[in-house]
Design a protein around this ligand. Structure first.
Ligand code: HEM
Ligand SMILES: *[C@@H]1O[C@H](CO)[C@@H](O)[C@H](O)[C@H]1NC(C)=O
Ligand SMILES: *[C@@H]1O[C@H](CO)[C@@H](O)[C@H](O)[C@H]1NC(C)=O
Ligand SMILES: *[C@@H]1O[C@H](CO)[C@@H](O)[C@H](O)[C@H]1NC(C)=O
Ligand SMILES: CC(=O)N[C@H]1CO[C@H](CO)[C@@H](O)[C@@H]1O
Length: 321
C-alpha cells in the first residue's frame, strides 16, 4: 500500500469512527453519573406547571418538533437575538409558548448540577414528561445532546399546514423520518389548537368557485364555517374536537373520516403508505399509536444533534455562553 493510499484509508477509518461516536453520543440515562437527579428534576417542574395549566402540554410537544426540524435538536428555538432575527420570531412560532417551563427546569438543574445538562436535552425530556402528564405515551428519552450557538430566522422552513403529501414525505425523509414517522408524529395533533387562517382556505372559495376543499367532510366544513369567518385571524380551533386535552388515537379516526383540520393532516390519505398507516392507527383497540409515538419521537430527537465536544452546555437557555 502506498503512503497516499494509507492516508486515504486511515481517513476513511477515522470518518467512520467519527460517525459512530456521533450516533453513540446519545443514550438513555446519559446523566446517570454526572447528574443522576436530572430527569426527576425536570419531571417535577413539568408536572407542577401542567397541574395548573394542562393546555401547556401541546405547545411543549410542538416546541421540540420545531427545535429538531431547524438546525437539528440543538436548543436553537430557545435562543433570543436583540434584533429579533431568531427562530422564535419566525411566523410559525405564533403560538409557541411554555418557555417559562424551560427556564424553570434549567434553573432547577443549574442549582443541583451546574453546567451539566443541555437545554436541548431539557426540551426532549419536557416533551416526554408533558405527554406523561396528559396520560399519553411514555418513552425512554435519549440524552447527551449539546446546545448550538446559532439561531437564524431565515432558516426556519418548517412543514406548512398547506403542504401536500409529496412535500411532507420529502421534508421528513430529508431528516431521516419515513412515511410511518410522518403519520405517527402528525398524531401529535391529537392535542392542542390550530388557528383559523391556517385553514379557512378550505372552507371558502377553495378553487375560486366559492367552494370548499373536497377532501374535507362537508358536514364538518359547515361546522367549521360557524367558527371561522373568512377574515378571522384570531380564533383557535381544537384540532381533535372533544378530546383536545387528551392524548388518544382519535386524531387518526378523524383523519380517516376526512375531518383532519389542516390540508397537511388530510394529505396523509393521499399516499398509499401513509393512508395505510392512518387506517391501522385509527383502530381504538389494538392501535400501536402509543408505542409507535415513542419510537418516532426518539428518532426525531436524533436529528442533527451535537454531541461529544461539539456545541456547548448553555448556562441560560435564551443566550449562548
Ligand atoms: C407534519 C407536519 C406538521 C405540520 C404541517 C404542522 C402544523 C401545525 C400547525 C399549523 C399548528 C397550529 C399552530 C397554530 O395555529 O397556532 C400545529 C399545532 C400543533 N402541532 Fe403540528 N404540524 C406538524 C407536525 C407536528 C409534529 C411532528 C408534532 C409533534 C410531534 C406536532 C405537534 C403539534 C401540537 C401539539 C400542536 C398544538 C399546539 C398548541 O396547542 O399550542 N405537529 N401544527
Ligand atoms: C441567516 O441565514 C441566511 C440564509 O441562509 C443567510 O443568508 C444569513 O447570512 C444568515 N444570517 C446570519 C446572521 O448568520
Ligand atoms: C406538492 O407541493 C410542491 C411544493 O409546494 C409542488 O411543487 C408540487 O407540484 C405539489 N404536488 C402535487 C401533486 O400537487
Ligand atoms: C373566489 O375566487 C375567485 C377567483 O380568485 C374570485 O374571482 C371571487 O371573487 C372569489 N369569491 C369570493 C366570494 O371571494
Ligand atoms: C410569541 C412570539 O414571539 N411571537 C412572534 C412570532 O413571530 C412574529 C413575526 O413573524 C412576531 O410578530 C411575534 O411577536
Amino acid at each position: 500500500m502506498t503512503a497516499s493510499k494509507l492516508v486515504v484509508v486511515s481517513c476513511l477509518f477515522l470518518a467512520l469512527l467519527l460517525v459512530q461516536v456521533n450516533s453513540q453520543g446519545l443514550k438513555v440515562g446519559f446523566y446517570g453519573k454526572t447528574c443522576p437527579k436530572a430527569e426527576g428534576i425536570v419531571r417535577k417542574v413539568v408536572f407542577a406547571a401542567m397541574k395548573k395549566a394542562p393546555t401547556l402540554g401541546a405547545p411543549l410537544l410542538r416546541m421540540f418538533f420545531h427545535d429538531c426540524f431547524v438546525r437539528g435538536c440543538d436548543g436553537s428555538v430557545l435562543l433570543e437575538l436583540k434584533n429579533k432575527q431568531d427562530e422564535k420570531n419566525a411566523t410559525p412560532n405564533l403560538s409557541l409558548r411554555g418557555f417559562g417551563i424551560i427556564d424553570d427546569s434549567k434553573a432547577a438543574l443549574e442549582k443541583v448540577c451546574p453546567g451539566i445538562v443541555s437545554c436541548s436535552d431539557v426540551l426532549a425530556l419536557i416533551a416526554r414528561d408533558a405527554m406523561v402528564a396528559l396520560e399519553g405515551p411514555s418513552w425512554e428519552v435519549e440524552t447527551g445532546r449539546r446546545d448550538g450557538r446559532v439561531t437564524n430566522i431565515s432558516e426556519v422552513n418548517l412543514p406548512s399546514p398547506f403542504d401536500n403529501i409529496t412535500k411532507l414525505i420529502t421534508d421528513f425523509g430529508t431528516l431521516g423520518l419515513d412515511e410511518k414517522d410522518l403519520v405517527v408524529l402528525s398524531g401529535g395533533h391529537t392535542i392542542g389548537m390550530g388557528h383559523c387562517p391556517l385553514m379557512t382556505n378550505r372552507l371558502y372559495n377553495f378553487t375560486g368557485r366559492g367552494d370548499s376543499d373536497p377532501s374535507l367532510d362537508s358536514e364538518y366544513a359547515a361546522k367549521l364555517r360557524l367558527k371561522c369567518k373568512p377574515t378571522d385571524t384570531t380564533t383557535a380551533l381544537e384540532m381533535d374536537p372533544g378530546s383536545f386535552r387528551t392524548f388518544d388515537v382519535s386524531y387518526f379516526s378523524l383523519v380517516a373520516k376526512r375531518r383532519g383540520l389542516f390540508q397537511s393532516d388530510a394529505a396523509l390519505l393521499d399516499n398509499s403508505k401513509t393512508r395505510a398507516h392512518v387506517f391501522k392507527l385509527a383502530r381504538t383497540h389494538g392501535s400501536t399509536f402509543f408505542t409507535d409515538f415513542g419510537v418516532s419521537m426518539v428518532k426525531m430527537g436524533r436529528i442533527g444533534v451535537l454531541t461529544g465536544r461539539a456545541g456547548e452546555i448553555r448556562k441560560s437557555c435564551r443566550v449562548p455562553n
